[in-house]
Each structure stands twice: as structure tokens, then as C-alpha cells.
Design a protein around this ligand. Structure first.
Ligand code: SAH
Ligand code: SF4
Length: 348
């Protein structure tokens, strides 16, 4: 039987890791019920590259202080109703060591765009690297190149900085006082000096179109990412986007599957945001090309204060329980937790 257009386009992506803008827009505009083949081939590609292993990255949300005002985010500076916190160096180090004891091989130190002193963070990274055999990922926003260099010198392995949207007009509208080019320059610099870099998008950000998402995918290809994440937009009541519609699971899965086909070797997380809007969301993403889960290991007293978007806290309250429940989730898909650090395949 002749192949239909979806199959033809997906096969091209599977074989060449390239699609035209119109082809991407075509797939993103199809109903998910017509895209079983896309999801299936993305899953096959994930299996071919990573096998059954799922990498876990433990997130430590070490500060909710932020100097930025991103329109979608609950940590934005103008959200005065949020009680802010900042962990001490010892608290961060102890949380990281506890994560290592639980079996995690990567910790992600994430915060709002806090002015956390660069030297203090360098000491923390150094201490973690000395005391545990784990990879350290940073996700602390835009900082000076000197800070990035300092942290790399003391052993930071990876950096996560989502570009959020490649649509310059939307970027400007939703990031007052910020500059798209600067964000991209940060990513390119981080890559150049030896970090493995992760970026990604917010899916269904109000005003975003399939065309924008195609540009997002091209930008991610161009940045030569090591990791690419897509999470749905979730409105937060104390932000200017409070009345906008929650992003869709379907669109997030389409972007996840296309990311796998267009960037076969990248690590792709089944995002917490997707798990927040759909209890089966993470499983669905793991079956659509994703190979990473990022459990939260922040102490529960702080976790509820790190309200990037609502209901994020309901996911778990106890680290050990969570760790085992994630194993159950992963095993139920016939997959297992990887025991190595899960560095980028591009550097191995
Ligand atoms: N301050 C750092 C890291 C913390 S924010 C930074 O901005 O890079 C981490 C991510 O949360 C952001 O990159 C953004 O993609 C996501 N995020 C924030 N608010 C969100 C929302 N309302 N819905 C979905 N994702 C959101
Ligand atoms: Fe701050 Fe990051 Fe939220 Fe923007 S997305 S307000 S930089 S925490």
C-alpha cells in the first residue's frame, strides 16, 4: 500500500534527521490520532540510540530569588506574594550528597536568576565534585562569561538554559529587560568552553504557532545541543499570563517526538511540567522519544515555595519513596534506570 504523507515525512526525518519548515508545520498541525507513526518512529530511534536505559537527574531548587520578570513564571520578581528562600552552601551540598546516596549520578542545581555569589557557587560545586562521583549541571540563568568559566574550571559538567521561544517578538514581549541574542550567546559560549548544554522551549506559550515551533527545532539543531526539553505552558495566578490556556499534552508530545528524530543523539527529558498537567504525561513522553527524568530532591519545606507554575509540588513529598515510584514507572515500560552519569553521547 502506498505510504501516506505522514509516513513519508516521518520516514524522511527518521532517515536523514532533516525536515523542511513546511514538513515540520505539517506534522505539528496534524491531529495526534493521525501521528501514531511519528510517535512510534521516535520511540524506535530512542531505542536505537539509548536502548532501554533511562537517565535520572536529581534537581535541587536551591533559590527562589529572581531578578527577572518572565511573564509566565511564578518566581518573577514582581510576584510579591511569594515567600523567597535561598539554601545555604551546606544545605545544597548535603542535598547533593543525599541524592548521590540515593543512587543519582547527576544533580542539577537550579534557581531563579538570583545574584548568588559566583565564588560561593564555585565552592559548592567543587565540594560536591570532591565528595561524590556525580555530574553537576547548573541551571541558574544568564550570568557573566567570567562566572560560567569559573564554574567550569571547578568541575561543572553541564548547563541548562532554555531559549523558551525562537520568536523574537514573543521573546521580547514575555521577557522584559532581557535580550534573546544574549541568551543565545550564553548558550554558544557555554558550549565553546566545554559544557554540555541543554536548551528547550515552552510549548503552547500564548501566541506561539507551529511555524514558531519549527524555528525552535531549527535553532536547537543549530546550537548542537546535548539536551533538549519541551514542557507545556502552565498558567500561574500571580503572573500576567494567568488567564491564558494551559499548553496541550498532544503538542508537547509532537515536539518531543520531532526533537528525537531531528536530533537523534540528544538527551530528552520527560518534563515535570508535562507530568504536572497529565499524570501519565511522563510515561507518554518516554514512549515518544524521551530518555531522561528529572526528579525533584529539594527538601519538601522549600519545594512548595518554588512555584514556577502551580501544582508542581503535588508530585512528591518524600525522596526515597519518589525514587522507588519512578523506578516502578520506568520498569512498567520495560525500561531500566541507567547506572552511569549519562554524559552527552556527543562527547563519549
Ligand atoms: N531561572 C532559570 C532556571 C529556572 S526556570 C532560567 O530561567 O533559566 C526553569 C524553567 O521553567 C524555565 O526555563 C521555563 O522554561 C520554565 N517555566 C517557567 N514558568 C513556566 C510556566 N508557567 N509553565 C511552564 N514552564 C515554565
Ligand atoms: Fe526567573 Fe527563570 Fe522564572 Fe524567568 S523563568 S522569572 S529567570 S526563574
Amino acid at each position: 500500500m502506498a505510504k501516506n504523507k505522514v509516513e513519508e515525512t516521518v520516514d524522511k526525518a527518521y532517515k536523514t534527521a532533516q525536515l523542511t519548515k513546511n514538513e515540520i508545520i505539517f506534522l505539528l498541525s496534524e491531529k495526534i490520532s493521525n501521528l501514531e507513526y511519528l510517535i512510534k518512529k521516535a520511540d524506535e530511534k530512542r531505542q536505537e540510540i539509548f536502548g532501554r536505559k533511562v537517565h535520572l537527574r536529581a534537581i535541587i531548587e536551591f533559590s527562589s530569588c529572581c531578578r527577572q520578570n518572565c511573564y509566565y513564571c511564578g518566581l518573577r520578581k514582581d510576584n510579591r506574594s511569594l515567600e523567597r528562600y535561598r539554601l545555604t552552601g551546606d544545605e545544597i551540598i548535603n542535598t547533593a550528597l543525599k541524592a548521590a546516596d540515593l543512587g543519582y549520578r547527576t544533580v542539577v542545581l537550579q534557581s531563579g536568576e538570583d545574584n548568588y555569589p559566583a565564588e560561593d557557587l564555585a565552592d559548592i560545586i567543587e565540594e560536591i565534585k570532591n565528595r561524590a562521583d556525580i555530574a553537576v549541571t547548573l541551571s541558574v540563568g544568564e550570568r557573566s562569561f567570567a562566572d560560567y568559566l569559573l564554574w567550569e574550571k571547578v568541575g561543572a559538567d553541564r548547563y541548562l538554559l532554555k531559549h523558551e521561544t525562537a520568536d523574537r517578538t514573543l521573546y521580547k514581549k514575555y521577557h522584559p529587560g532581557m535580550n534573546f541574542e544574549n541568551r543565545i550567546n550564553c548558550l554558544r559560549y557555554l558550549k565553546k568552553i566545554g559544557y554540555q548544554i541543554g536548551s528547550g522551549v515552552i510549548v503552547d506559550l500564548p501566541g506561539q504557532t507551529a511555524e514558531t515551533l519549527a524555528d525552535d527545532l531549527f535553532l536547537c539543531q543549530d546550537l548542537d545541543l546535548d539536551m533538549m526539553g519541551s514542557g507545556p505552558f502552565i498558567p500561574h495566578r500571580n503572573t500576567p499570563l494567568k488567564d491564558k490556556k494551559t499548553g496541550s499534552v498532544e503538542m508537547t508530545l509532537k515536539v518531543t517526538a520531532l526533537s528525537r528524530l531531528l536530533m537523534p543523539k540528544v538527551h530528552i527529558p520527560a518534563t515535570t511540567a508535562l507530568g504536572t498537567i497529565d499524570p501519565e504525561g511522563r510515561k507518554k513522553a518516554l514512549k515518544a522519544g524521551a530518555n531522561v527524568i528529572m526528579p525533584n530532591v529539594t527538601d519538601s519545606i522549600y519545594r512548595k515555595k518554588y512555584q514556577i507554575y502551580p501544582n508542581k509540588t503535588s508530585i512528591n513529598t518524600d525522596e526515597e519513596y519518589y525514587h522507588s515510584s519512578i523506578a516502578v514507572e520506568i520498569n512498567s515500560l520495560g525500561r531500566t534506570i541507567a547506572s552511569n552519569k549519562g554524559h552527552s553521547l556527543k562527547i563519549e
